[in-house]
Write a protein that binds this ligand. Structure first.
Ligand SMILES: Cc1cc2nc3c(=O)[nH]c(=O)nc-3n(C[C@H](O)[C@H](O)[C@H](O)COP(=O)(O)OP(=O)(O)OC[C@H]3O[C@@H](n4cnc5c(N)ncnc54)[C@H](O)[C@@H]3O)c2cc1C
Length: 451
């Protein structure tokens, strides 16, 4: 421990893992410093609702300072952590160095373009509020530009929306985009018919939601088709350019391309200088500490942690939450033991309690995997809704989101349809015309949106 009488615990990241660790240590026998580059905690499972104009950012995010405000032993620093000096026990930021006795790194993950980072500007991913607002801007802008073009009597272009990646994020984005086109916007344009927009979900593997049991993947695909999404499995995207995506021999012009295909752990994992896996996740010990440094823990999406059977734990919120609570309890106990002059007890390994998985697909469409019980459709969707609203931070947010949801369920209304910022859409040329189709390759796929 440091020379100060009260030990200091530094937590990097105020996502699900970091926040739960901080709350577990609050009012305890340590000084806690939470460092995050953002001033807010984001409830990522509802980001797709912001991206598709169903909810506003303030309804799914909350200031870290206000969440942790009630705890006097917790301070919050808004800063970018650039590295950790393990031997000096120092967290580095461009402005200050922060010493620690215990360190919890919970910096999460970002997107991976599998070595094609140049695709990112043309096919944004969904991870932060900023990403969600950018996707919302592009989606809404595409309809406005198509309407303007059709109103000017210019030749109609295809209004294609392509989502790359059939995991939970790709599935919920594609399904909800279909709902927006078929219902929310259907009657508001005069020169185009948004309901004829074409939503394509491309998945490289043989089925969507690959981590779910096969029957639920099949059900998810059926539900997507029912919502109006074209699903292409076993299809690899091999090139993305402004306004077009390539797969096989096909070049498909697309007004909006979204990337939901790959996850890469925060670079902070590598910066620790300990072994990481191919996705950059830190290989942790059974107690979530890193090799050779029992005082440093890595949790959540940044950790490559295994269960008792050697199976890798998934990158989902409940894993991060349970790991945050586990590490907090462990540190608290050790600090108390040290204060009482007792020797350190044995560290029991982290055990993940898997309560099941839920994936939403769209309006009244979802799948739920509760071990032996598999549910699809409306009941799964209702379960998803209640679980996710229940876990939202803050009563006000929960109530607001519930009211918004109930309202939009009845009316199909999506209340946050604001285009803010630039009116540039990659691939849409300045005169207002859409990306030109490759006549040979894309005939079979295009669906014009013009009336
Ligand atoms: C679109 C989307 C939908 C999802 N849906 C679901 C779902 O329905 N159910 C589910 O269980 N899981 C879902 N997940 C996964 C879940 O959100 C993650 O597993 C969970 O957020 C991981 O928690 P974490 O604490 O490890 O990281 P995060 O919650 O990502 O938090 C990381 C924090 O670290 C901060 N940070 C990162 N780098 C630095 C740095 N260098 N310096 C300072 N701060 C830094 C970030 O700002 C962030 O606040 C979804 C994820 C996404 C992206």
């Amino acid at each position: 421990m440091s020379s100060k009488s009260t030990p200091r615990v530094v937590i990097v990241g105020a996502g699900f893992g970091g926040l739960n660790a901080a709350q577990g240590l609050a009012k305890g026998p340590a000084e806690i410093t939470v460092i995050d580059r953002k001033n807010h905690h984001t409830f990522q499972p509802l980001l797709y609702q912001v991206a598709t104009a169903g909810l506003s950012p303030g309804e799914i995010a909350a200031p870290i300072r206000s969440i942790l405000g009630p705890y006097k032993n917790v301070e919050v620093l808004m800063a970018e952590v650039t590295g950790v000096e393990l031997n000096r026990r120092m967290v580095e930021t461009p402005e200050v160095e922060v010493p620690y006795d215990y360190l919890i790194v919970a910096a999460g993950a970002g997107h991976s373009y599998f070595g094609h980072d140049e695709w990112e500007p043309f096919a944004p991913g969904l991870k932060t509020i900023e990403d969600a607002l950018e996707i919302r801007r592009r989606v809404l802008l595409a309809f406005e530009l198509a309407e303007r073009q059709a109103a000017a009597g210019e030749s109609e272009g295809p209004l294609n929306f392509v989502v790359v990646g059939g995991g939970p994020t790709g599935v919920e984005l594609a399904g909800t985009l279909a709902e927006v086109c078929r219902h929310s916007l259907a009657h508001e344009f005069r020169s185009i018919d948004p309901s004829r927009a074409h939503i394509l979900l491309i998945e490289g593997g043989p089925r969507v939601l690959p981590v779910y049991p096969e029957d639920l993947s099949r059900s998810a695909e059926e539900q997507l088709r029912h919502l109006g999404v074209e699903v292409r499995t076993s299809t690899m995207v091999n090139q993305i350019e402004p306004g077009a995506v390539h797969f096989g021999e096909v070049r498909l012009p697309a007004a909006v391309i979204l990337w939901a295909a790959g996850v890469a752990a925060s670079p902070l994992g590598k910066a620790l200088g300990v072994p990481v896996d191919r996705a950059g996740r830190v290989t942790v010990q059974p107690d979530l500490s890193i090799p050779g440094h029992a005082e440093v823990f890595v949790i959540g999406d940044l950790a490559a942690a295994k269960d008792e059977h050697g199976k890798m734990l998934p990158g989902v919120a409940p894993v991060a939450i349970q790991q945050g609570r586990y590490v907090a309890k462990l540190i608290r106990r050790e600090i108390e033991e040290a204060a009482q002059g007792r020797g350190q007890g044995v560290r029991h390994p982290f055990h993940y309690w898997d309560k099941g998985s839920l994936a939403t697909i769209g309006r009244a469409a979802a799948v739920a995997d509760f071990g032996k019980i598999h549910i699809s459709g409306f009941v799964a969707w209702l379960s998803w809704l209640f679980v996710h609203i229940f876990f939202l931070i803050g009563f006000r947010n929960r109530l607001l989101v519930f009211i918004q949801w109930a309202w939009s369920y009845v009316t199909y209304e999506r209340g946050a349809r604001l285009i803010t910022g630039s009116t540039y859409l990659p691939g849409w040329n300045g005169s207002g015309s859409s990306p030109k189709a490759d006549a040979t390759a894309s005939q079979e796929i295009h669906t014009g949106a013009a009336k």
